[in-house]
Design a protein around this ligand. Structure first.
Ligand SMILES: [Mg+2]
Length: 122
């Protein structure tokens, strides 16, 4: 079973993504901010981390950088707002695997996550 860590400060987004990936058979954990994300990512080593950018305490970019610094093999997909090109560039430069713009198309996001986890396996 593949595992995914969903990080978003918005309860509605966490709930939606949790439901979708659980239905697809993923083992799902969630975090509400960057600080919790770093802790859970290092503890659980999920196959995929779906990381919101804008969050209180620690934003998604900073959290991703900390996670990659501690475990460069972890795969992160970051969710950014439309037009945040500099954030996207900084994220990819830091080792984030992919970025997706919010509001996302859930079917597209599922495909992206599935592709990434299959890439890892091959
Ligand atoms: Mg947010």
């Amino acid at each position: 079973m593949h595992s995914i860590l969903i990080v978003d400060d918005q309860k509605g987004v966490r709930r939606l993504l949790e439901e979708v990936f659980k239905k697809d058979g993923w083992e799902v954990s969630t975090a509400v901010d960057g600080t919790e994300a770093v802790t859970l990512a290092i503890q659980h080593e999920p196959d995929i981390i779906l990381m919101d950018m804008k969050m209180p305490n620690m934003n998604g970019l900073e959290a991703s950088q900390k996670i990659i610094e501690k475990n460069p093999r972890l795969s992160i997909i970051m969710m950014t707002a439309y037009g945040e090109m500099e954030v996207v560039r900084a994220a990819l430069d830091s080792g984030v695997k992919k970025c997706v713009t919010k509001p996302f198309d859930i079917i597209y996001l599922r495909e992206m996550v599935t592709d990434l986890v299959q890439e890892q396996a091959s």
